[in-house]
Structure formats: structure tokens, C-alpha cells
Design a protein around this ligand. Structure first.
Ligand SMILES: [Zn+2]
Ligand SMILES: [Zn+2]
Length: 361
């Protein structure tokens, strides 16, 4: 779906840049913010709309207002120099095409001083302080000291590049759950939910040779999964078990990308003895889940959460989205050119089949 219209684009007044900012509960608008006179910038090419953006829009993740949104950002460096405190795995030069690691260490806390591991990271588009260009739903983003960027190939299509950040989240989760780079050929895996995280999770474990089953309630998303080459796709646990030829199926690795307490509980129930559940979906608090601690104990289950995306997983994520034979680009189902975007509320209230992205000229 292309959401372009024939209306004139929002004018860019001299010295200001249009940004999508949240001003209240389910209230976003196009606003103008000052272009900083100095300092490094990212000229945004593509920004992904994420479940977290929708949680923020719907008030499930409280943020200070007004808030410039957008943390899944692909762009090109502008006005950057060595003294800017920016880390890049390539030449720090204007025009270099990069993906942004949205989390930035505070540089002040005990964790930053002692172990190089910040307990107080700020995330572009979510809780980055300031009234400036702090979000990626804007043609320009101000880069703060401590920002990590990762170079992406010139020939990489934006429909794949936009998944690099989400893929890095998934690879960090897999690193914590089963170890980095581990071949999963001996693993039966189940992915709960085929939103953006589910798309990346299914792709990542398939690339590591795991058998992949997918559970997804939404028929449009089940169709998308099949179009992308996944064949073991089901609507419910019951339907999946019924379709099994061997009676009950159990899994060594369940990845909850559905993000509901019920999905989490169902996932625990589908683990085989010694299995691992990776929780990668409940980024907002939807309440409690009913699980049996006895099952976790007696069946040697492992429950692993992953909220923090580690910088060391971005380069592998860029490689994976570039090279995977899974047609990730099919999962970009809604493209919104920023220049013709009339109402950001429609974009944020929408529940697309796959990923929605904002593109910039
Ligand atoms: Zn995101
Ligand atoms: Zn810190």
C-alpha cells in the first residue's frame, strides 16, 4: 500500500525541520523544530514504524511530551567529524549510509564508568531528552555523543535496511537465549506472532537452520508468512497440534514476539523438556501471565528476556538482512512518503499487515 496523496508537501521554513511529534494521548502532529546551527546530523532516508511507537501513541509507554518519535532509522551522515563522539564501523564521513543504534549510553552513571554498560540509556524517538531533532520521523536527526552507527551497503534496498534495527534486537535475544552464531539445526523452534519482531525472529532462526513453526492469529499475517516461504504456519496452538502427524509437538525454542501475557503463557506450555522461551514481545506491560513454576522447575525450562539490544549484534544484523534468502522486503506492506504525509495520527493508529515505513526524498 502506498499512502501518497496529491496534496502539497509541508513547507520547510528556513532554519526549521518538520518532525512528527506526540503531544498527547493518541495525538500526534507535524511540528517544526529548529535545525541546530552546528553538530553532526543524520539525513534520514527511511524510518520504520514499530510496535513501540504504537505503544507510546496509545499511552501504554508513558513519555514526556511533546515527544519526537522514530527510532528505527536508516540515513546518511551530514556535518560529521571525528570530534563528535560517534562510533561507526567504517569511515566517519559525510554521505556514508548507516543504520542507527537508537540506544545511547548516558556517559555519567556508575555502569558507564565502571563496566561500560549503561543502566540509564536514552533512546532516540522514545526518551531522548531535549527539544531538538531527537526522533527519526523527520528528515534530519541530531546525533548525540555516544551514538553508535553501523554502515550499510549502498545497494541494500530500504525495504530490507529498515529491518536491521529489529533484527539486531532479535540477534541480541538469541545471543542471550542460545548463544551468538550458534547453529540451530537440532532445534525445533516456534515463533509466536508475525509482526516485525516475529518476521525477523523467524528469518534469523531459519538462517541458522532451525525448523520454524509460526503461530499468528491474523489471517493477513499468516498469508504474509507463507508468501515469505514459511510453510508451518498456524492460527492457534490447538490447530497446530491437530495438524501434527505425531500427536503432540513440543519445541526446544519458543520466541514470544506476540507481546501478550497469554502468548507468553502459551509459549511456556509448548516447550519440551530443557527448552528455552525467549521473551521478545512484551515491551509494554499488559498484565500478568498464568504459568506453572512447577513446569519450569520439573521440566528444566529456561525463560530468557531481552530488552536491551547490544551494539555487537548490529553488524551481523546488517549482514543478515542484506543476505538472507527470505524475502524480507515483502514484509514492508505500507510505505508513507513523508513529503505527502497529511495526518501522522492515521499512520500511528493503523495496524498494517507487515511493517509500515516512512520514506524521505
Ligand atoms: Zn522498534
Ligand atoms: Zn550510563
Amino acid at each position: 500500500v502506498s499512502h501518497s496523496s496529491t496534496l502539497p508537501s509541508p513547507s520547510i521554513a528556513a532554519g526549521t525541520v518538520p518532525v512528527i511529534e506526540l503531544t498527547g494521548h493518541r495525538q500526534a502532529r507535524l511540528a517544526e523544530r529548529q535545525t541546530p546551527a552546528t553538530g553532526p546530523l543524520l539525513r534520514v532516508e527511511t524510518a520504520g514504524v514499530c510496535g513501540t511507537d504504537r505503544h507510546i501513541f496509545d499511552g501504554r509507554l508513558p513519555v514526556a511530551l511533546p515527544r519526537a518519535l522514530g527510532h528505527e532509522v536508516v540515513g546518511r551522515l551530514e556535518r560529521v567529524c571525528d570530534a563528535d563522539g560517534i562510533t561507526l564501523d567504517g569511515p566517519l564521513e559525510d554521505g556514508v549510509r548507516v543504520v542507527l543504534a537508537p540506544g545511547v549510553p548516558c556517559g555519567e552513571c556508575e555502569g558507564c564508568r565502571a563496566q561500560g554498560r549503561c543502566g540509564n540509556r536514552r533512546v532516540y524517538g522514545i526518551d531522548m531528552p531535549g527539544e531538538g531533532l531527537t526522533g527519526g520521523f523527520s528528515p534530519l536527526l541530531s546525533l548525540r555523543p555516544g551514538t553508535h552507527l553501523f554502515q550499510i551497503p549502498e545497494e541494500l534496498d530500504f525495504e530490507r535496511a529498515v529491518f536491521a534495527e529489529t533484527m539486531a534486537c532479535v540477534l541480541s535475544g538469541l545471543r542471550k537465549a542460545v548463544g551468538p552464531d550458534r547453529d540451530l539445526a537440532d532445534m525445533r523452534s516456534l515463533v509466536l506472532g508475525f509482526g516485525s519482531i516475529g518476521v525477523c525472529a523467524a528469518t534469523a532462526v531459519a538462517e541458522r537452520h532451525a525448523r520454524v513453526a509460526i503461530l499468528e492469529h491474523d489471517p493477513r499475517r499468516r498469508d504474509l508468512a507463507r508468501e515469505m516461504g514459511f510453510t508451518d504456519v498456524h492460527q492457534t496452538v490447538a490447530a497446530m497440534q491437530q495438524a501434527s502427524q505425531v500427536g503432540r509437538r513440543e519445541f526446544d525454542l519458543v520466541i514470544d514476539a506476540a507481546g501478550t501475557p497469554r502468548a507468553f503463557a502459551a509459549g511456556v506450555g509448548e516447550l519440551d523438556r530443557g527448552g528455552t522461551l525467549l521473551e521478545l514481545g512484551n515491551f509494554a506491560d499488559f498484565g500478568r501471565a498464568k504459568v506453572s513454576p512447577s513446569a519450569i522447575c520439573c521440566r528444566d525450562l529456561r525463560i530468557v528476556g531481552s530488552g536491551e539490544t547490544l551494539y555487537e549484534d548490529f553488524s551481523a544484523a546488517v549482514r543478515l538482512v542484506s543476505q538472507t534468502s527470505v524475502e524480507l522486503e515483502r514484509a514492508v506492506t505500507d510505505v508513507y512518503p513523508f513529503a505527502t504525509l497529511e495526518d501522522p495520527n492515521a499512520l500511528l493508529a493503523d495496524h498494517p499487515t507487515g511493517k509500515a515505513v516512512i520514506t524521505f526524498p
